[in-house]
Design a protein around this ligand. Sequence first.
Ligand SMILES: [Zn+2]
Length: 155
Amino acid sequence: MDYLTSEESLINSEGMINERLREDLLTEAKKSLHKAYATYSGILVGAAVLTKAGNIFAGCNVENSSYPLTMCAERNAVATAVAAEGREVKISVVLVVAEQSDGISFPISPCGACRQVITEFSDDCIIIYQNEDGREISISIDKLLPDAFSLKNKV
Ligand SMILES: [Zn+2]
């Protein structure tokens, strides 16, 4: 995948993500979205992450009748990336997409917990999501979660 050969090719001069990469992430996120276990909210969410190593991993939301146990698509995708690449994994891009159970697109951005988890594995990650106006947003994680919690000393 040639969009992975250099960091510069990920983002163009207008700050937009490489279109083919965006399409690949969207395809994987949508595949995962259709597997979502969204029995309670009816909001199917899919997320796809691109790692610095050049791999794409996807996840979907998995709800639970004990609501706080629900896991978001973004965190499931990040966990899959960690399980595949190990603790040194770094995340470059996260794309999240959602639909209502009737197939209508549902604007959604990563929740606070997911922003914190993404921050753990990235310094400069780009997040792509659809805002309330239906516009696609590409924004860095440090703008979505400024001054994120961080322990300075990792073991
Ligand atoms: Zn979340």
